[in-house]
Write a protein that binds this ligand. Structure first.
Ligand code: F6R
Length: 608
């Protein structure tokens, strides 16, 4: 995710901000910028790409001052271009803002400001905030920030400076992390302790709706409703490495734990309660075409392909449109049958996968409409698609995809509802799905709390050479994903199968040394999966079952039962995949594997 650091003190702000930005690099970013105040004037330097490029520019530019703000951006609104890089300014360039989060009503505010004569220089949601603060500014920066924030819907962690108030930084938080770090004759604000730890271990965690006014030797924290709050200064004991990973041992584990939040971010601002549907701004360009599509082809690779398979089940179930799911590497070479009434959906976390990109090119030559579902804003696939939906999952650092997968499934569900409501899906059904979808983040939190019991199971089986993963219906693609996670990070051979296919071949493999993970939620194929478990047990296989809380039948049959909360069939993949991600993770840890960078794998596969 984006990173923020602000500094006020006696030292050279530029140096401190630059070193702070370097500490935030691990979070992933596509551009960065620094703004400082000197002689009642704000100077700013920005750069797209690596921070070393910003550093190079700064060598040629002095950027003096003892107060400033800086930002690493991970694009959400607008491609990673210089004009979209933070800090952003008001028209007079007297106010500069660095912002993390998403302003949901930015389009509405932007239009309102435009009517008042404001002209925008970027495509970002953040720039709206700089102009709004300026509109309210009458000499007191915190008052202006407070008034502007009252109009904002969405999430923010912000740091604001104004050259007419050169002795203070105003910062505020709602939904995006922000801490204040207290030094000797100097103060810092940052989205992450990693950025300030070199300078001080004394920190204050800001809560939602809190705002701080920082001066060199003092600070005031109030709510955005102007009520004073007393905060405790805490002493951090972590080292820098622990902090970058949020206290987790690996990025993969951190990202698994981030899923309640990343799924919420993928849904944010996209649910239309009134009409029980979803609002997907990136599809407006071909909204009319969506009414006429006769077939959907989903194309992707790896984990994204598994998300696509779940998408197929969801779209066919909810919207009743025929869907095919194709490996991009096959699709690109097999002269697929497409026409103007075909919608091709390309799913890619990185947005740069060579095979998926080539599949888009093939589909374009056949006049299909292309929709991209990507995490990386401004990536090649998002640029080459006719329209699309971003995941807003935040950067994924671990090579094995986890939070991007559940965000892909979130977006595909929102798409299925959108297409369904344009056709025959009843308001009642859509409403009940949306209602249940909102409970998913808290249900995932409940599963994550049980991770120690998954670890115990993982430790028992970490020395095995083969695993089978079985599931039916919505749980079949999850079985494939569970097997892929295990293969890629633990190097154990694992296969996913539709449970009933077992008797057509894989059953020959089953003996006392074969662990079989069976996803057995209480759904429409529950009785069938019980029979499959009986078949495994008759051959002495070891069953690790993923079942719904309170299921006693499974407990009697399986060797180990992982309980998860109950949800509706269509949402099962969100919950069933979590224990499978954790099982793979703990097995790989026990085997001493390189979790975040498994051998032979790359985060972005840009070669064929
Ligand atoms: C598995 C994994 C890969 C990717 C695949 C596609 O954990 O990360 O299988 O899913 O390489 O990558 P994207 O989604 O970037 O197109």
């Amino acid at each position: 995710m984006c990173g923020i650091i602000g500094y006020i003190g006696k030292r050279n702000a530029k140096e401190i901000l630059l070193s702070g930005l370097k500490r935030l690099e691990y979070r992933g970013y596509d551009s960065s910028g620094i703004a400082t105040i000197n002689d009642n004037h704000i100077s700013c330097t920005k750069s797209v790409g690596n921070i070393s490029k910003l550093e190079k520019k700064l060598k040629k530019k002095s950027l003096p001052g003892h107060i400033g703000i800086a930002h690493t951006r991970w694009a959400t609104h607008g491609a990673p271009l210089l004009k979209n890089t933070h800090p952003h300014f008001d028209q007079s360039r007297e106010i500069a803002v660095a912002h993390n989060g998403i302003i949901e009503n930015y389009d509405y505010l932007r239009k309102k400001l435009f009517k008042k004569g404001v002209r925008f220089l970027s495509d970002t949601d953040t720039e709206v905030l700089a102009h709004l603060i300026s509109q309210y500014y009458k000499g007191n920066l915190s008052d202006a920030v407070r008034s502007a924030l009252k109009l904002i819907e969405g999430t923010y962690g912000i740091a604001v400076i104004c050259c007419k108030n050169p002795n203070e930084i105003v910062a505020a938080k709602k939904g995006s992390p922000l801490i204040v770090a207290v030094g000797k004759n100097e103060m810092f604000v940052a989205s992450d302790i990693a950025a300030t730890l070199r300078h001080t271990k004394k920190i204050i965690h800001l809560e939602n709706d809190e705002m701080v006014v920082m001066r060199r030797n003092s600070f005031d924290i109030k709510t955005i409703h102007n009520k004073s709050v007393t905060k405790k200064i805490e002493e951090v004991s972590w080292n820098i490495d622990m902090i970058e990973k949020g206290g987790f041992e690996h990025f993969m584990l951190k990202e698994i734990h981030e899923q309640p939040e990343s799924i919420t971010n993928s849904m944010r601002g996209r649910i239309d309660e009134k009409h029980s549907t979803s609002k997907l701004g990136g599809l407006l360009v071909f909204e009319d075409k969506l009414k006429d599509i006769e077939k959907i082809v989903i194309t992707a690779c790896g984990t994204s392909w598994h998300a696509g398979l779940i998408g197929e089940y969801m779209i066919e179930d909810i919207a009743r449109i025929p869907v095919e799911v194709e490996y991009a590497s096959e699709f690109r070479y097999r002269n697929p049958i497409l026409n103007k009434q075909t919608l091709v959906i390309a799913i890619s976390q990185s947005g740069e996968t060579a095979d998926t990109l080539a599949a888009i090119h093939e589909a374009k030559t056949k006049n299909a409409t292309i929709m991209g579902i990507c995490n990386a804003v401004g990536s090649s696939i998002s640029r080459e698609s006719h329209g699309g939906i971003y995941l807003h999952a935040g950067p994924e650092i671990g090579v094995a995809s986890t939070k991007a997968f559940t965000s892909q499934v979130t977006v595909l569900l929102l798409l299925a509802l959108h297409l369904g409501r344009m056709r025959n899906t009843s308001k009642k059904r859509a409403k009940s799905i949306l209602k249940e979808l909102k409970t998913i983040p808290s249900k995932i939190k409940a599963i994550l709390k049980e991770e120690n019991s998954f670890k115990k199971i993982a430790n028992l089986y970490s020395n095995k050479n083969n695993f089978l993963y079985l599931g039916r219906g919505y749980n079949f693609p999850t079985a494939l994903e569970g097997a892929l996670k295990l293969k890629e990070i633990s190097y154990i051979h694992a296969e996913g199968y539709p449970a009933a296919e077992m008797k057509h071949g894989p059953i020959a493999l089953i003996d006392k040394d074969m662990p079989i993970v069976v996803i057995a939620t209480s759904d429409n194929v529950y009785d069938k999966i019980l029979s499959n478990i009986e078949e495994i047990k008759a051959r002495n296989g070891k069953v690790i079952a993923v079942a719904n809380k309170g299921d006693k039948k499974i407990k009697k049959l399986a060797d180990h039962t992982i309980y998860i909360p109950k949800t509706i069939d269509v949402l099962n993949p969100f919950l069933t995949v979590i224990p499978l991600q954790l099982l793979a993770y703990f097995i790989a840890v026990k085997r001493g594997c390189n979790i975040d960078q498994p051998r032979n794998l790359a985060k972005s596969v840009t070669v064929e």
